[in-house]
Design a protein around this ligand. Structure first.
Ligand code: ATP
Ligand code: MG
Length: 694
């Protein structure tokens, strides 16, 4: 959460009264065929869970042992919990509190890139495909583990030659191309700290991150392909780094060539700017890697910015790699000989760090990498790619699945998707009806949908089903992974009863946890550790509830809860009720001030049919139908007072709805920080929708 939890505990909203009414009864046991070959079947999963509870440090030590360590660790965990100064009033938000510190596998040394590449090549798997790259225009590259090792070694030599030392920051402003992966691993190899910035962000958003990390080198492309067009990038990079003296070099990958510059020469600063093909392609393919301490910084990742200014979370090496490898192996049921794993997230998002870069490479699987968007040149591009590469795992975000649903069932039906073994979802709660559609139309009616709850802060997955063991329920992320102690608690830190809502917390440190907010340890302490400092719990900022089987249901951010006459309603539940209506493609729900009820539910909906969107006269009927829908599915208390029909919703680049902007616009305020928006025009779309009602 970006708003530090500075209110005294007693003034926090009372989570125990969170009203949760949405009921979901459908269950799907693990398919026999999946269970039989799974890394963890039901019995193993239970044993692992038990071990995680009884001996958590022993559990994580076993997981860490799957990596190659140059030097073994001395201690598994050294944990200094947040501690109040003696005599402090713990309810005072300004009470003196120490910054917590976790050190995992202290004394151990390892090299991240060696673990991702060299050891697979040394084990005789150099010929295995690491990445099937598919460019937006259909250009392809097949890169084996041996190829990737050679390329990464070159880039490592080149970065060192440019003066990059261990601990220096390198910012990557790149599309989803092989050079991005190569640069990430090259940084890791030489102990430099990488920070990826989404290639579609503005110069301003890039500048903030380059300055915040005081990066020494920025890696970018000359231009990018976007929906078939070549657009220039380099000028934006120049603007972003102007006057930042710490930036010594801009390393430029030629992607579009002159096409993006309409015949003009690319803007170039002699001495500072260097071409990739001049310095990397000519470098030596041999590179002797050295090992770094387990707590050596690996990367800085900025949160998606749904709730405010992004935070730069720092992740370190040994613990993060241990968690990412384990999570990918367990909930994606990794099988290196047969897997063709595809995580569709942009590489700059934490999802891709753990499940398109480190997790899958540590497990030695084959992956798919795609540069473009899902609906260019036509809806179905993703399905075409799944068919072409016989992908076995398809891990994406609910927003994309909802978009697929509007394209129609016939789009996935045109492709052979029979290779898919598992589906995955991340980024937002997946609405039960969307889950069902995904399983049915993309997963052939049998593929388990693995809904993974986690955050930039957690490093890798905290709550997710195990496909060979867990009975699934549509819309539930099910249970914490073995070894992770996530729970739902009330304001006092006590675990809530089944069917009650509360705060999602993690009660014990875990190896993938972010170690700090870059340059701002106090923000780290206050945002995540102050609220439950007495208990020493990590507060995720999300709400959740248990059902009778102790499954977890994510309810959205507790910041977003709508309080109607004392009933605290989850935005997620209201949105799920809305998208279950056939005429709704997407819905964003916020609370807005109301004289009578304190807050009222405001629903912003994108109709699933263009004809409904364009016909203003059809809106009143739709609004009435949706009020009825919510009243039936959840209860009259959740009925939206305002229903706004819109053609688009403001989202972060990772596809999350930015609810605070909806509230700002409806209540006539200027929207706050919008630098994380994927498309600024969505703000106008919402304004138009609001204006049309008046
Ligand atoms: P900021 O913290 O800057 O507002 P953010 O929280 O969107 O940004 P991320 O770390 O990318 O940044 O996203 C993590 C959040 O995404 C979680 O806290 C949760 O709200 C949501 N989320 C991710 N996966 C799931 C999931 N499977 N189910 C429900 N919510 C999810
Ligand atoms: Mg967050």
């Amino acid at each position: 959460m970006s708003r530090p939890l500075t209110a005294p505990l007693s003034a926090q909203p009372s989570s125990a009264t969170l009203t949760t009414l949405l009921a979901e009864e459908r269950t799907f046991p693990a398919p026999e065929a999946v269970a039989q070959v799974a890394n963890l079947d039901a019995a193993a999963a239970e044993a692992w869970r038990q071990r995680g509870v009884e001996d958590p440090e022993g559990f994580w030590a076993e997981q860490a042992a799957h990596l190659d360590w140059e030097t073994p660790w001395n201690t598994v965990l050294q944990w200094s919990p947040p501690t109040f100064a003696e005599g402090a009033d713990v309810t005072d938000p300004l009470a003196e509190l120490s910054v917590p510190s976790a050190r995992w596998f202290d004394g151990g040394t390892l090299n991240a890139a060696v673990n991702c590449l060299d050891r697979h090549v040394a084990a005789g798997h150099g010929d295995r495909v690491a990445t099937h790259f598919e460019g937006e225009r259909g250009d392809t590259r097949t890169i084996t583990y041996a190829d990737l090792l050679a390329e990464v070694s070159r880039a490592a030599n080149a970065l060192s030659a440019l003066g990059v030392e261990p601990g220096d920051r390198v910012v990557l402003y790149l599309p989803v191309i092989p050079e991005t992966l190569i640069t990430v691993l090259a940084c890791a190899r030489i102990g430099a700290v990488h920070s990826l910035v989404f290639g579609g962000f503005s110069a301003e958003a890039l500048r903030f991150r380059v300055a915040d990390t005081t990066a020494k080198v920025v890696v970018a492309t000359d231009g990018q392909f976007r929906r078939g067009r070549a657009v220039p990038v380099k000028a934006a990079v120049d603007e972003a780094v102007a006057g930042l003296d710490h930036v010594e070099h801009v390393l430029v990958v030629r992607r579009t060539g002159e096409e993006a510059f309409a015949g003009e020469p690319i803007p170039w600063t002699e001495g500072r700017d260097v071409w990739w093909h001049d310095v990397v392609d000519t470098a030596d393919t041999a590179h002797e890697a050295v090992a770094f301490p387990a707590e050596h910084p690996l990367f800085i990742i900025y949160t998606s910015g749904s709730t405010g200014r992004p935070k730069g979370l720092l992740h370190t090496t040994g613990g993060y790699l241990t968690h990412a490898r384990y999570a990918h192996w367990a909930h994606f049921d990794a099988h290196p000989e047969t897997d063709v794993h595809w995580c569709t997230a942009d590489l700059a998002w934490v999802t891709a760090h753990s499940f398109a870069i480190y997790g899958p490479l540590l497990n030695g699987v084959t992956q798919v990498m795609y540069e473009g968007v899902p609906d260019f040149p036509a809806p179905g591009r993703h399905f075409e790619i799944i068919e072409k590469y016989r992908a076995t795992t398809y891990y994406t975000a609910p927003t994309l699945v909802r978009a697929c649903m509007t394209w129609g069932d016939d789009v996935p039906a045109r492709y052979d998707l029979s290779s898919l073994k598992l589906l995955g979802s991340v980024g937002e709660p997946i609405n039960p009806e969307v889950w069902m559609w995904f399983r049915e139309n993309v997963g052939g009616g049998t593929a388990p949908v693995v809904d993974t709850w986690w955050q930039s802060e957690t490093g890798a997955t905290v709550v997710a089903p195990l496909p060979g063991a867990t009975t699934l329920k549509p819309g539930s992320a099910t249970r914490p992974l073995p070894g992770l102690d996530a729970a739902v608690v009330d304001d006092t830190g006590a675990e809530v009863q089944p069917s009650q809502g509360g705060w999602l917390v993690v009660r014990r440190p875990w190896p993938g946890m972010a170690r700090t907010v870059w340059g701002n340890p106090e923000r780290y302490r206050d945002a995540y550790w102050r609220q439950f400092a007495v208990q020493g719990y990590y507060a995720a900022g999300d709400g959740a509830r248990y059902d009778a089987d102790r499954y977890l249901w994510l309810l959205g951010r507790l910041d977003d809860v709508v309080n109607v006459s004392g009933h605290r309603l989850s935005t997620t539940e209201v949105e799920s009720a809305l998208v279950a209506h056939p005429d709704v493609a997407e819905a964003g729900v916020v609370g807005v001030g109301d004289e009578l009820t304190g807050q009222a539910v405001a629903a912003f909906v994108i109709p699933s049919r263009r004809s409904v969107l364009d016909d203003d006269d059809a809106h009143p009927a739709l609004e009435a139908a949706l009020r009825q829908q919510v009243a039936t599915v959840i209860g009259p208390v959740a009925k939206p007072k305002h229903v706004v029909v819109v053609r688009d919703l403001p989202k972060t680049r990772s596809g999350k709805i930015m609810r605070r902007i909806l509230g700002d616009l409806l209540e006539g305020r200027a929207p706050g920080d919008t630098t994380s928006l994927s498309d600024e025009r969505a703000v106008d779309a919402v304004r138009d929708g609001i204006a049309a009602r008046r």
